[in-house]
Unconditional design. Structure first.
Length: 340
């Protein structure tokens, strides 16, 4: 495969903790520069303006900035002849997404959005199991998050956005549901209660997605909790088995009596980044474990698929069309839930 010259717009936490570590995992990548108006030292050639960054003539521009800047940076990168790898959410409106799509088509370039959750080992393993003899047809998905909000988690643009939670994190869950069911939902209902009545961010999302053949996904994103932090737990119910995944790492000790012979057992489970298990009653098979650096690890997989698609002249995963569809579903959920 060709060597890709990659430029990064934005040198915040997304670039530092996800994109640069992910790109360093790939042998066919050269990071040619970083743009950030603060001109913070990055370890790479640094530029104070986007125009200077684009003068390096990169093959791909990574957009790792807040959503309100995505459209302008994407349009400039595409006009300069670069492909675009953009952090989610793609844009702040469907109109902005359509403008990026039109520019990509005119330039003959590809856009990929970093919704990396379907590329995490436990979610890849769960998807592979769908339709197997031991799992069968997928009937129901339950997604549950309990996230403890702090000043640190709400710093910057995220805490100021009244469409904070479902636009920023619901993107991942919708993309996972689409990947598991293999189709776009055909119906949706949503409630986003704001029990504090302060008109702030949507910290509680209750969203139901309807799929063909009366199959359903139920999404609960709970950021009003003051209890246990669980970044994302999934339960996939099939005709013959159930898969449970968790993201965020855990350690557990299981004590009990085995059904046959009533002999006691003790099991220790340590999962640094996450785990997927296939259950039949109390019995389970571990399908996959995720590494501690699961975000760069999953993003590196998506980057690799993106670069392969560019080299082969085909549409990449998480393409502009897919990202626009997910964004449309996000905004439909807000419209269904009613005014904030």
């Amino acid at each position: 495969m060709q060597k890709f010259r990659v430029a990064i717009a934005g040198f915040g936490q997304a670039a530092k903790t996800i994109h640069i570590p992910a790109l360093k995992k790939l042998a066919d990548v050269e990071i040619v520069g970083v743009y950030d108006p603060r001109e913070e030292p990055s370890g790479f050639p640094s530029f104070g303006t986007l125009e200077q960054l684009l003068e390096t003539r990169p093959d791909v521009v990574v957009i790792a900035t807040p959503p309100e800047s995505h459209r302008l940076i994407a349009l400039a990168a595409l006009q300069a002849g670069a492909h675009v790898f953009c952090e989610k959410p793609l844009a702040n409106s469907i109109e902005e997404a359509d403008a990026i799509a039109a520019a990509a088509k005119a330039a003959g370039r590809q856009v990929c959005v970093n919704s990396e959750f379907p590329f995490m080992p436990m979610h890849l393993a769960a998807a592979r199991e769908i339709g197997s003899e031991r799992f069968g047809r997928l009937l129901f998905v339950e997604a549950h998050q309990t996230f403890v909000v702090t000043e640190a988690t709400e710093a910057g643009w995220r805490g100021r956005d009244p469409q904070r939670t479902f636009k920023e994190f619901g993107t991942h869950v919708i993309d996972l549901c689409k990947a598991f069911f293999g189709e776009r939902p055909i119906g949706m209902s949503a409630r986003m209660p704001r029990p504090f009545g302060n008109g702030g961010p949507d910290y509680l999302n209750l969203v139901r997605l309807e799929f063909s053949d009366d199959r359903v996904a139920q999404i609960t994103l709970d950021r009003v909790t003051k209890g246990k932090h669980r970044y994302l737990d999934l339960r996939l119910v099939g005709e013959k088995g159930t898969i449970e995944t968790n993201l965020g790492g855990s350690a557990e000790v299981r004590l009990g009596l085995r059904p046959r012979g009533r002999t006691p057992f003790a099991e220790l489970g340590v999962h640094l980044g996450g785990v997927a298990r296939l259950y039949h009653g109390e019995r389970f098979t571990t399908l996959a474990r995720a590494p501690l650096d699961l975000y760069p690890d999953a993003t590196a997989r998506l980057y690799r698929a993106f670069f392969e698609a560019i080299a082969e002249g085909r549409e990449p995963p998480n393409s502009i069309a897919e990202a626009r569809d997910t964004l449309d579903l996000i905004y439909r959920a807000y419209a269904e839930a009613g005014p904030s």
